[in-house]
Design a protein around this ligand. Sequence first.
Ligand SMILES: [Zn+2]
Length: 361
Amino acid sequence: MKGNNRSTTVARSFGVLSNADIAELLARQAKEESGILIRAYRRAARSAFLWPEQAADLIANNRPLTELHGIGPFMEKRIRTWIEKPPTLRNVPPDRRDFLALADARKLLKQNPKWAGQLRGDLQMHTRYSDGSGTIREMANAANERGYEYIGITDHSKGLKIAGGIDEARLQKQMEEIARTNAALGRKRASVTVLCSLEMNLNPRGEGDMDPKALARLDIVLGSFHSQLRKKEDQTKRYVAAIRNRDIQVLGHPRGRIYNYRLGLKADWARVFAAARKIDKAVEIDCYPDRQDLNLSLLKIARREGVRVSLGTDAHHPWQLEFIELGVAAALKAKIPADRVINFMPLSELKRWVKTVRSRR
Ligand SMILES: [Zn+2]
């Protein structure tokens, strides 16, 4: 096949499409289609963010795009025509803007091994206790394979019924299982410690739905909004209230955006981050590919305000721990200082920080 040389030349003369560009073209194509193809294109757009290699590189090396997850011969043909003759990409809609692709994140982290090497853990993930598919032990094993020092198990709290949120009694059971898991991991000389945590559901007034006494027993608590996320008006007040909620240390997926679905909330972010900085709380980079929340533009404001940042994959399956790279790369791109990333702290320091934040009540 002569495709190799030809594609390389074409790509060079017309500029190279990144996987994020291809995702945008796929999302646009979905709008042109009808029936089953709408979903197929939308799904392919989302999967492009997770391809481990640049599609353009595959073509340049004469490899089939069907090597990529979710790409069959039909999609391959379409993507190939775009790569060979890249269309201009203007006016990316706001709900698809500022998302990193894994291939780009990995490249960036490879160029900055010192930065990536500081990561010690992942502070948001779900298990079978709420809407995840893995057990605590399976998540811990996956984390151990990554060489982590700790992970936080953050199942949903009871107010979020749709995601199987857990009440205080279930949380207590989970804590007991985590203690048993840690003991077993210790016997195997595993590197990882499982932290008892929770993604507490916050109402639009920034209030939680769990007994503060139960929360005080946890190693660390995240609080997140899951309702009224399509409000158009400024939500600064809600965020400042959430930040000041005495029972949480981290504000999870702050904007509440979802790729190609929901833009998320508006706020005076400098004020929100300054409020968090003042009482030393952290704001999260939810690394789930569809979320990437905080995103780069807000992270730049976070850096200026000096607020702490927490990284969490929001993994619902053990393999999804790899999403962390999207957040580590975003923090690097935004030039967040290493001492502001709470996942770069050793476990003892992380626990000390939580204790200090709690004592400020
Ligand atoms: Zn959430």
